[in-house]
Unconditional design. Structure first.
Length: 156
């Protein structure tokens, strides 16, 4: 059985994240969407809120579960017996950063990383940018699943 972990902050989850979830779901027997927990980081949405949003948007995919993790991603991957880390790439700068991380993760644990290029219509979308636009009153509904969009508007 092939098991992959799609890690991230997901603050909030975007349509780009949902696209990676859908594509990973088609490629692996099981996908765990793992929201990172780090009490030192300031996030708009709490851990439980991010898990709830991810669980709702991942519901159509029967082989996708949502969890949180703390500490090293490779330790989490070992604990759930995941063979692959899935990462979405938006740009060359994402690749430059993620390649080094993938190489280190492989060196530390033997866990490989699969890069999925973002669909062109999501390539410029990031959670940070979406939050900034929303805080300034701009429209962000095209970048978020409807359930996430409504939660973001309520939060702001």
């Amino acid at each position: 059985m092939s098991r992959a972990v799609f890690p991230g902050t997901f603050d909030p989850p975007t349509n780009g994240h949902l696209d990676v979830i859908a594509r990973a779901s088609a490629a692996f027997d099981e996908v765990i969407v793992a929201a990172g927990v780090n009490q030192a980081k300031q996030r708009l949405f709490g851990d439980d809120e991010r898990v709830a949003m991810l669980t709702e948007i991942a519901q159509p995919f029967g082989n996708v579960t949502v969890a949180t993790f703390e500490g090293l991603l490779v330790d989490y991957c070992r604990s759930v017996d995941a063979q692959v880390i899935v990462k979405g790439l938006r740009s060359g700068s994402d690749y430059d950063y993620e390649l080094r991380m993938a190489q280190m993760n492989r060196r530390l644990s033997g866990v490989d990383t699969l890069f999925l290029p973002t669909a062109p219509d999501h390539g410029y979308v990031s959670s940070s940018l979406v939050k900034e636009i929303a805080k300034l009153g701009g429209p962000v509904d095209a970048f978020l699943p409807p359930a996430v969009h409504s939660r973001l508007l309520a939060k702001l």
